[in-house]
Each structure stands twice: as structure tokens, then as C-alpha cells.
Design a protein around this ligand. Structure first.
Ligand SMILES: [Cu+2]
Length: 425
């Protein structure tokens, strides 16, 4: 019997696995996960529910310990220099492979039903996509992608490492040194992991909350349900023509960490939530075929790295084009026309500068009526602003209305002295 007769319906959300992570004590809740130098991933099929309840056939990487197939595939977290072993098993009907995009770290083609072992040393600290590079872009766009986060080797529970890189450029190091130490960046420095003496955020999944203390991962992808249906209909061993796939690709769904619209905006894993003066690192990845241009309200951000190239000149901007694996390989031009499949941003979490009034008066005293206002049953506190994409089609789903696509919130919970706004408690 064809294994495609056994389709599993699936809930979405970001999960994570540490790999080669013995040196990151306490990063993961489970000791078994924390001690693993070896992880098992398999290529599987799954049906994923879209924002309008349409169910769409996908392929995913499933982790060995997982009870169900997650979507998107698990976030893998490692430290630079760690020895890593990934056992890969192909449970699909055609050949597949694994690659850390933009690197030489990859397997050969794995036939249906076969397994292989990939050994490698974790590369420089940064934000990587792992993908199936075969029959590009078909296998990747069908769902065989995930985030691979590499932390600096010196990262510790109470860390002296105050940037995400090894090594940062001079200006990126200076920017992080200035956080919390200069008049323009009042508040706190950035930290790579939740410190031991701070309680976990109960709104975040235990498996990943420590990493997400002052960090978010935004993994973008797009779905054309008609093409996925056609791929599902192929017989064993048949592959979909890559050129035909690319030219027919008309995405109807635009996902951020596997979710869209309301569900992406209100997912604590994706939405950025902090008090004024709590800087956040955002790791953006584009696994799909459509270019994004992500725009942030409330604060300008600093563009730290593009495709793990840490920038020499750190631009303070509010929008940036995020290319794809394909258009990253060509057309490298000036900074603002250069596509890329990953970027890192630093959001300084300054008090939103568009709020007029005495900058020394806390917002709770400066705008108490605004914070207490209720519009359509929604209290206007905490202060919420959107991150949305200026590529307009990505903001809707299947021709629907904004905001049903790739969008999330940036949320200010309270003033710099940690007194929450009325709606934050
Ligand atoms: Cu806007």
C-alpha cells in the first residue's frame, strides 16, 4: 500500500532541538535533548491546515523523538565548533537530501527507504536554513526546510558573550556594547539566553523559551496548494519538473513560522514582546520562492547580518528586502538591492519615537487615557505595532483581506522601569 494513503493532520508551530549542545547548559528543558550530539531526522509527509482551514499536503523533516510531525520542521540549535551527527531516513517515495543552505555541509541523494549519516562541525555563529536541495526549488518549497541556529562558542548560562557572532565586526560589537550603556540606548544589554536568575516566560514553549528570551526566529514560506496537490498525485519515483513548478508557482498562503494572520500575530513564539529598553535579536529566514520586504513599525532596527555576513556598516532602517535561496545566488548588488535568504536584525526597543511629549515622563503618566481606551472590546494597552511585509500579496490569504498573511506584532509591555502598562498584567 502506498504510504501516501496514511496522511496525518497536523497542528503548526515552532519546536526546537539542540544538537551537539553539551556546552549550553540549561538551554533545553529536557536533559535528553540537551545531551544529544546525535539527532535523528526523517523525511515525512503531512497535511497542514492553512489559515482558512484549507488542508494542504506537505513534506517535512521530523525529529526522531517527536510524537507527531511538526510543521514547520524543528529549529536546530548548536554552538560553533560542535561536532554534530544527523541520522537521516527517507520515508518518502523519491530521493531526498539534506543541506545547510549556502554551505558545503550536505548529504548525497538518499533513495526512498534508505538512511544516511551526516557528520559535520557547526559553522560560524549565525542564522542558517537547512533544506532539501534536490530538484530545487520543489523539495524545499514542499516543506523540507527549517532554521538552524548557531550560537557563539563562548555562550554560557550567565554569559559574557553580548553579540550573536564569532567574531562580530567592529561596528556590530560597538552597537551591542552601547546597549544599556549609552544615553541613546537606555535600558539593558542584549543577552543570547535567558539568565538563570530570571524566571522562564510561561507563554513560550519550554523547549525553546531560553533561546527566545531576547530573540525571535521568523521563518517565512509560501504555499501554492494546487502545486502541492499535483506533487502528491505523482507515482513513486516520479518527480515534478522544477522549471514547470517555478513558473506555475502562485502562492496563496504566506506563512511566518508556519502560521498566518491572527495566528502568527498572536503567537508568543513569533510576536516580539518586551519593555522599553529590552533589545531583541530577530533572525529572519526565507525558505520559499517569493521575495519579502519586511517592514517594522514603532522602532527602526539595525541590520546586523545578511546571509551570515556580519555587516561592516550597520544601517538603521525600517524595511529590507529578504530574497530567496535562488535570488541570493545571483544579482548581488548594493546593500539595498541585494537579496538574501537570511538576515539578522537588532530591535533596540526604544520608546516609540512617534509618541509626542516629554521623553522623561513615563508613558503610563504621559498617555494614560490612550492606554485605557477600549476600541471594539480591545484595550489599547499594551502598545502593539505590526511587522508586515510591503510585498502586498503576502498580507492576504487566497485573495482575502489584510491581515491574513505573513504578519506579526511588536508589543511594548511597559515603561523602562519595568512598570507594566495597564493591559500587560
Ligand atoms: Cu506599515
Amino acid at each position: 500500500m502506498n504510504r501516501r494513503d496514511f496522511i496525518r493532520y497536523n497542528m503548526c508551530g515552532l519546536t526546537a532541538l539542540a544538537v551537539g549542545s553539551v556546552g549550553i547548559p540549561g538551554l533545553f528543558a529536557s536533559q535528553a535533548e540537551a545531551a544529544a550530539r546525535t539527532i535523528n531526522l526523517s523525511f515525512e509527509e503531512v497535511v497542514v491546515e492553512m489559515v482558512d482551514t484549507t488542508r494542504v499536503y506537505h513534506w517535512v523533516f521530523k525529529s526522531g523523538g517527536a510524537i507527531s510531525h511538526g510543521f514547520p520542521s524543528p529549529v536546530l540549535v548548536a554552538r560553533t565548533g560542535a561536532d554534530i551527527t544527523i541520522n537521516l531516513t527517507n520515508n518518502l517515495d523519491e530521493a531526498h537530501a539534506f543541506q545547510l543552505a549556502g554551505t558545503d555541509i550536505r548529504t548525497d541523494s538518499i533513495p526512498p527507504g534508505a538512511s544516511t549519516v551526516l557528520n559535520f562541525v557547526a559553522p560560524a555563529a549565525g542564522t542558517y536554513l537547512y533544506i532539501d536541495p534536490l530538484n530545487a526549488p520543489v523539495n524545499r518549497v514542499m516543506g523540507l526546510y527549517g532554521a538552524f541556529i548557531v550560537l557563539p562558542p563562548g555562550v554560557r548560562e550567565n554569559t559574557a558573550v553580548n553579540t550573536p557572532y564569532t567574531p562580530p565586526t567592529f561596528k556590530v560589537q560597538q552597537l551591542f556594547n552601547d546597549l544599556g550603556n549609552t544615553p541613546q540606548f537606555p535600558g539593558e544589554p542584549w543577552v543570547p539566553l535567558r539568565p538563570e536568575d530570571v524566571s522562564p516566560n510561561p507563554d513560550l514553549p519550554l523547549a525553546i523559551e531560553r533561546l527566545l528570551f531576547r530573540t525571535r526566529i521568523w521563518l517565512f514560506s509560501q504555499v501554492d496548494p494546487d502545486l502541492n496537490l499535483q506533487v502528491r498525485g505523482l507515482g513513486p519515483g516520479q518527480i515534478f519538473d522544477a522549471g514547470a513548478f517555478r513558473s506555475a508557482f502562485e502562492p496563496e498562503y504566506f506563512l511566518l513560522n508556519g502560521k498566518a494572520g491572527f495566528f502568527a500575530a498572536h503567537d508568543h513564539v513569533s510576536a516580539v514582546e518586551g519593555f522599553i529598553g529590552e533589545p531583541h535579536l530577530i533572525r529572519l529566514l526565507n525558505a520559499g520562492l517569493a521575495t519579502h520586504s519586511n517592514h517594522l513599525h514603532a522602532n527602526h532596527y539595525y541590520l546586523l547580518a545578511i546571509n551570515n555576513v556580519v555587516q561592516n556598516s550597520v544601517a538603521s532602517i525600517d524595511s529590507m528586502t529578504l530574497g530567496t535561496v535562488e535570488n541570493d545566488a545571483v544579482g548581488r548588488g548594493s546593500l539595498f538591492f541585494r537579496g538574501g535568504s537570511t538576515q539578522d536584525w537588532l530591535i533596540p526597543f526604544l520608546r516609540p519615537p512617534d509618541i509626542p511629549g516629554d521623553p522623561n515622563t513615563p508613558l503610563r503618566d504621559l498617555i494614560p487615557e490612550e492606554l485605557a481606551t477600549v476600541l471594539g472590546n480591545v484595550l489599547q494597552s499594551p502598545l502593539k505595532y505590526p511587522m508586515h511585509d510591503h510585498m502586498e500579496q503576502s498580507q492576504t490569504a487566497a485573495g482575502g483581506n489584510y491581515p491574513q498573511g505573513a504578519i506579526t506584532d511588536i508589543m511594548f509591555l511597559g515603561d523602562i522601569d519595568k512598570v507594566p502598562f495597564p493591559g500587560s498584567v
